[in-house]
Design a binder for this molecule. Structure first.
Ligand code: FAD
Ligand code: SF4
Length: 811
């Protein structure tokens, strides 16, 4: 007699089990197939092409009525199994019992619905089956849809609806799309191409509430107060293995139904396959491993030997025009190295991650033609030692001599494109060189090669070198670091020219040869971006040196120094008492008066920082930014208030300037001073910007220093009113912020641009001065704030030690 086999769930995994089983032993089982969906097996992963209109539902059905009939499978579609009785070996369907000898559970997963207020409103759906797909297909150009989730599924849903002209917004909580499969650079390119398709993307967006009207969804409210109106809200935020039946039946479950290598559950007659299972601690969300499981389960049911093994997986997105691939492990880690190739003009990015001469991960965007080959290298663990230098170019480049960049350039034909942005070929450049262009600037001027994104500058120079030989001297300009050939100046120009507003945009569009920069370039790029795009770019604390991350100067014994701001060097008995109390309370070993007219609490423990800041904040004291590449102090003398020589209110002006400039980030530290007369007690003429008050007004001089280099300031101008003095100081500061190379003090910047240029910008051209002041104010609308207060509120726990060993030892 045939054994009775019951299968719960007609999904992608069980479909394969049935195929293997009925092909190998058509008469072995009397099969009953339950499915909660009112249909049989179809190719669920092709729901996205159905949504976008590229396919019909009929085209994605994998097993039709005739298929089941031929194999004698009793189909109970649209009938959910409510219970499994393992003792009696019976399943309870909604329309009756069915006994079994063997049982296969293939119930897949449930989409996760974030329990936001309003999640149960009409029009809030997941993306899992044909019904969900149909609701999305009912949307048209007059509808707005919000998709929560920028992973594979959410983006396919968004692109499918956008193809019908629906106004779609994707809301994603992370900093880049598909963060589990893609690194930041590929995520950036993906975002760009989805935006080109008309899809709105909101990153780092936190959903707060789903708003409704008459029981139907109306909008999504984000926690920053933004309301995104919508007629349909799709949640594509992950899945949970559907284990309910198995759990109730008493089978062993964890995140999924526990199975062994034969897909057998804790019951010897019950197998489980698909997304509902957990094997060796892993759960599954892609079909490739499920198909392997199906084969193993079919073998096991027929008493044949087979074992399921987990393998490396790869991902591709099925959205037309978004060519992306990711496989293996691409996280940064010790002992791992990256090979990166970027072609900004074609929007191509490829990154290979290598560990111990083996390729362990790959991420590609824009050109995935060689992805199969790379995937093979990852899966097979092939040694890439001999092809390391040409590996990134794919299989076609293997087996030859390792490439010498100059001979490769020499071998390029005249029609080879060198400058992708301007379509300039090698032949055009060689012709320009023969006509007298002897350096990069001249070639750029006569051909436009490298004049746009600039990333081919190195290549143009190589053409110059192979054409002119020894007659060409490679320019001495220093690149920022080993991640790029571009100089600081190039990068600043290109960030503005190409409107690059994120680190990922810089890495990709400027052809960085590392995935995310390094400790040298990241702080510089972070500064350039926040200085140029204060409203669009969010400061990245991870791209800062430790002092700026901790908002305090780290000392040689690992403790910190805390310097509250004293506006213009003026303080009060209350402030002094608060400082003394803090010194007592936190056992501060040293209290010192600084050269910048304030008080330094030296030797504060890292974990005490938020508490001491909080105490000082309560007395009205804020961070003195004694650690930052930004405004430090404005030193003042007592001026007309107390000194018989004083010509103006130097203290008042110093306080005003400090209140205007505090919190601003600059290429390097910025120190100011205001003296009330030419006796210059505030030493204004050795500061970055110094003001010396005179009877007829204010002399403003810039470019001083009293550190490793000692410099006297140079006179910029004399103005009559305090208001003008303030404007000039703001304008100079902004000009330095916009043009200075990161870590150049103001005097170094001045040496490069020249005093005449600065005078022209901020003294002679009043319109330009006003514009500089306006840009400074705009930036200060974001940055004029106390980081201590913010950290006390939001990040205090990050300063706490990881474990309290004292307590543990005491107990
Ligand atoms: C839109 C979309 C696109 C995708 N794209 C890709 C892709 O490109 N690549 C990829 O690898 N993967 C993709 N996936 C994932 C892939 O579809 C799943 O991994 C796969 O379908 C899981 O198969 P399964 O058999 O475990 O579960 P399912 O296919 O979900 O089947 C489970 C079935 O069990 C039924 N069921 C559940 N409980 C009961 C019960 N109590 N009684 C009766 N029946 C029940 C359900 O109704 C369902 O029909 C995509 C998924 C979706 C939704
Ligand atoms: S700089 Fe002039 S005004 Fe100021 S304290 Fe010295 S002498 Fe007095």
């Amino acid at each position: 007699m045939k054994q009775r086999l019951v299968v719960i769930g007609a999904g992608m995994a069980s479909g394969r089990v049935l195929e293997h089983l009925t092909d190998a032993a058509p008469d072995a089982f009397d099969i009953t197939l339950f499915n909660a969906e009112p249909r049989g097996n179809y190719n669920r992963i092709m729901l996205s092409p159905v949504l976008s209109g590229e396919k019909t539902y009929e085209e994605i059905v994998t097993h039709d009525d005739a298929w089941y009939a031929e194999r004698g499978i009793a189909c109970r579609f649209g009938e959910k199994v409510a219970k499994i009785d393992c003792e009696m070996k019976v399943v309870e369907g909604e329309h009756g019992h069915r006994p079994y000898d063997k049982l296969v559970i293939a119930t897949g997963s449930n989409p996760f619905i974030i329990p936001l207020p309003g999640h149960d409103l009409d029009g809030v759906i997941a993306y899992r089956d044909l019904e969900d797909t149909q609701q999305m297909m009912d949307m048209g150009p007059d509808n707005k849809v919000v998709v929560i989730g920028g992973g594979l599924l959410g983006l396919e849903a968004a692109a499918g609806m956008a193809a019908h002209g629906v106004d779609v917004t994707v809301v994603h909580i992370m900093g880049h799309l598909m963060e589990r499969q893609l690194d930041e650079a590929a995520g950036y390119l993906l975002k760009k191409s989805l935006e080109d398709k008309g899809i709105n993307i909101c990153l780092q967006a936190n959903s707060k509430e789903i708003l409704g009207q008459d029981g139907k969804v109306r909008a999504l409210l984000l926690d920053d107060g933004t309301e995104l109106p919508c007629d349909l809200l799709v949640m594509a935020v992950g899945i949970r293995p559907n284990t309910a039946l198995a759990q109730e039946a008493g089978l062993a479950t964890g995140r999924g139904i526990h199975v062994d290598d034969q897909m057998l559950t804790s019951d010897p007659d019950i197998y489980a396959v698909g997304e509902c299972v957990e094997h060796n601690g892993e759960v599954f969300g892609l079909v490739a491993p499920l198909y392997d499981q199906a084969k193993v389960a079919a073998h096991a049911l027929l008493d044949k030997e087979a074992a399921f093994e987990q393998k490396t997986l790869s991902t591709k997105l099925k959205v037309t025009g978004c060519d992306l691939f990711s496989a293996g492990d691409f996280a940064d880690g010790p002992g791992r190295e990256d090979i990166v190739f970027r072609d900004p003009s074609r929007g191509v990015y490829k990154r290979l991650v290598i560990e111990q001469d083996r390729l362990i991960g790959a991420v590609m965007y824009g050109d995935t033609a060689d992805s199969g080959w790379f995937f093979g290298l990852i899966k097979d663990g092939t040694s890439i030692e001999d092809m390391r230098e040409t590996l990134i170019f794919g299989p076609a480049y293997q087996g030859g001599d390792t490439a010498d960049p100059l001979s490769a350039v020499a071998a390029l034909p005249p029609e080879a494109e060198i400058c992708g942005c301007n379509g300039i070929c090698k032949g055009d450049i060689v012709e320009a060189i023969h006509s007298g262009a002897g350096d990069l600037g001249a070639v750029r001027a006569s051909t436009k090669a490298s004049a746009s994104c600039g990333t081919c500058s190195g290549l143009v120079e190589q053409v110059l070198q192979v054409t002119l030989g020894d007659a060409f001297q490679m320019p001495a300009a220093q690149p920022i670091c080993g991640c790029t050939d571009l100089t600081h100046e190039d990068v600043r120009r290109l960030i503005k020219g190409q409107e690059l507003k994120s680190q990922a945009a810089v890495w990709q569009e400027l052809g960085w040869n590392t995935p995310n920069g390094c400790h040298v370039c990241r702080p510089a790029i972070n500064y350039y971006l926040l200085a140029d795009w204060p409203l669009d770019y969010q400061d990245d604390p991870q791209s800062r040196f430790v002092n700026e991350r901790k908002h305090a100067n780290i000392q040689k014994d690992g403790t910190f120094s805390v310097v509250p701001r004293m506006w213009g060097g003026i303080t009060t008995p209350e402030e002094l008492r608060a400082i003394a109390d803090a010194a007592d309370k936190y056992d501060v070993p040293t209290v010192k008066v600084t050269g910048g007219q304030r008080i330094d609490l030296l030797g504060v423990k890292g974990e005490d920082l938020p508490a001491i800041w909080s105490d000082l904040n309560r007395a009205g004291l804020v961070s003195g930014h004694a650690y930052s590449k930004g405004l430090r102090t404005v030193k003042t003398c007592v001026g007309t208030d107390h000194c018989r020589f004083g010509t103006q209110d130097s203290t008042g002006l110093g306080i005003k300037l400090e209140k205007i400039l505090w919190g601003s980030w600059t290429p390097h530290k910025l120190k100011l001073a205001v003296s009330g007369c030419p006796r210059n007690c505030a030493e204004a003429t050795c500061k970055d910007i110094g003001v010396v008050c005179v009877d007829s007004g204010y002399q403003i001089s810039i470019g001083g220093a009293a550190g490793m280099d000692v410099k006297e300031t140079e006179l910029l101008c004399q103005v009559q009113t305090e208001g003008e003095a303030i404007e000039v100081v703001m304008a100079v500061t902004q000009a330095y912020r916009e043009g200075g190379k990161y870590l150049d003090r103001l005097y170094k910047w001045l040496g490069k641009v020249g005093m005449d240029w600065v005078k022209a910008q901020v003294v002679d051209d009043l319109e330009n001065r006003t514009a500089l002041v306006a840009r400074f104010e705009l930036s200060q609308s974001i940055y004029r704030k106390d980081p201590w207060a913010e950290h006390v509120k939001e990040k205090a726990q990050t300063y706490a030690p990881i474990a309290d060993f004292t307590l543990e030892a005491a107990e």
